[in-house]
Design a binder for this molecule. Structure first.
Ligand code: ATP
Ligand code: MG
Length: 260
C-alpha cells in the first residue's frame, strides 16, 4: 500500500514524477521523483556534473532550446503539467523566475533592468513602472543603495549589488517560484551573507530552489535538501536531518567531504 501522505501533499508547489533527461544519448537525469513545498527554501546539492543545473532548468523549461535535449516524465506546478502540449512557456517563465551563477544585468540603466520584464508583459505607464521598480528593489534589499542613481548603468554596480539587482529584476514580474543556480558563487563573504539573509526574507512569499556547492550555505538557508549523484536523486528531506542523520551512505560521504 502506498503511504498515506495526503495531509502534507497539500502544500506541494512543484511535483516531479519519473523525470528523465537526455542531451543526445547522454542520460543525465534518471527517474527523479520529488515534491517541493511552497513558501520554503529547498537546496539542491551534489558533485559537479551530477545534473543539478539541468534539473532546476527542467522546472521552467529553460533546457528546451538546447539542441538534442529531451525530457520524459512529469513536472507539475500547482497540479498543472508544465510539459503539456499548449503550455505557454512565456507565462511559465513569468511564474518561475531564475537567477544565475554570474550576475547578468542587462547593459542598461538600473531602472530599465527592473522594468524590463513588466514592460515585456505590457506595462507602459511610467508611474506604475516606477512603483514596481521601487517595490522590487526594496524587496531585493537594494533600494537604499541605488535610489539616487536609478538612471545609471547597472554595469557600474558591485557584483553583490548586481546579483541583488538580478533578483529585483526577477521579482518585478511577480513570480511564484524562484530558481537560483549557485547565486553566491561570484560573491565575496559579506555579499554572500546579505544574499542569504535576502533568501530567508523572501521565503514567506516565494518558493525557492537553490543549487549550491557550498554545504554550509545549504545548511544555513534551506529547509529541505536534495542530494543528487550521477543524475540520480539519492535523498531528499529536511536539511537538518540530511546533514546530521543522512539515510544513505553516499549522502554521508558527500557531506563529510569524502568526495565531490
Ligand atoms: N548543453 C549541454 N549539452 C550536452 N551535455 C550537457 C549540457 N549541459 C550539461 N551537460 C552534461 O549533463 C551533465 C549534467 O550537467 P549539469 O550542468 O546539470 O551538472 P551540475 O550538477 O549543474 O554541475 P556543476 O556543479 O558543475 O554546475 C554533465 O555530464 C554535463 O556535461
Ligand atoms: Mg551547474
Amino acid at each position: 500500500m502506498p503511504e498515506t501522505r495526503t495531509s502534507d501533499k497539500t502544500n506541494d508547489k512543484i511535483s516531479v514524477t519519473d523525470l528523465n533527461a537526455y542531451y543526445g544519448n547522454a542520460h543525465v537525469l534518471k527517474n527523479i521523483t520529488v515534491s517541493f513545498p511552497g513558501n520554503a527554501v529547498s537546496a539542491v546539492i551534489g558533485p559537479s556534473g551530477c545534473g543539478k543545473s539541468t534539473f532546476i532548468r527542467t522546472l521552467n523549461r529553460m533546457n528546451d532550446t538546447i539542441p538534442g535535449f529531451r525530457v520524459s516524465g512529469q513536472v507539475t506546478i500547482d497540479g498543472e503539467d508544465i510539459y503539456a502540449p499548449g503550455t505557454d512557456v512565456v507565462s511559465l517563465r513569468k511564474r518561475v523566475g531564475m537567477v544565475f551563477q554570474r550576475p547578468n544585468p542587462f547593459p542598461m540603466s538600473i531602472f530599465d533592468n527592473v522594468a524590463y520584464g513588466p514592460r515585456l508583459h505590457g506595462i507602459r505607464k511610467r508611474r506604475e513602472l516606477a512603483d514596481i521598480v521601487e517595490k522590487s528593489l526594496q524587496a531585493a534589499g537594494l533600494w537604499d543603495e541605488v535610489k539616487d542613481r536609478l538612471s545609471y548603468s547597472a554595469l557600474g554596480l558591485s557584483g553583490g549589488q548586481q546579483q541583488r539587482l538580478c533578483i529585483a529584476r526577477c521579482l518585478a514580474v511577480e513570480p511564484e517560484i524562484i530558481l537560483m543556480d549557485e547565486p553566491a558563487s561570484a560573491l565575496d563573504p559579506s555579499a554572500t551573507a546579505r544574499l542569504e539573509d535576502l533568501i530567508d526574507s523572501l521565503k514567506s512569499w516565494y518558493t525557492i530552489i537553490i543549487v549550491t556547492h557550498n554545504m554550509q550555505q545549504a545548511a544555513r538557508v534551506s529547509d529541505l535538501t536534495a542530494f543528487f549523484l550521477n543524475g540520480e536523486l539519492v535523498e531528499f528531506g529536511p536539511t537538518q536531518r540530511i546533514f546530521t542523520r543522512p539515510s544513505d551512505r553516499r549522502t554521508e560521504d558527500y557531506i563529510t567531504g569524502r568526495f565531490g
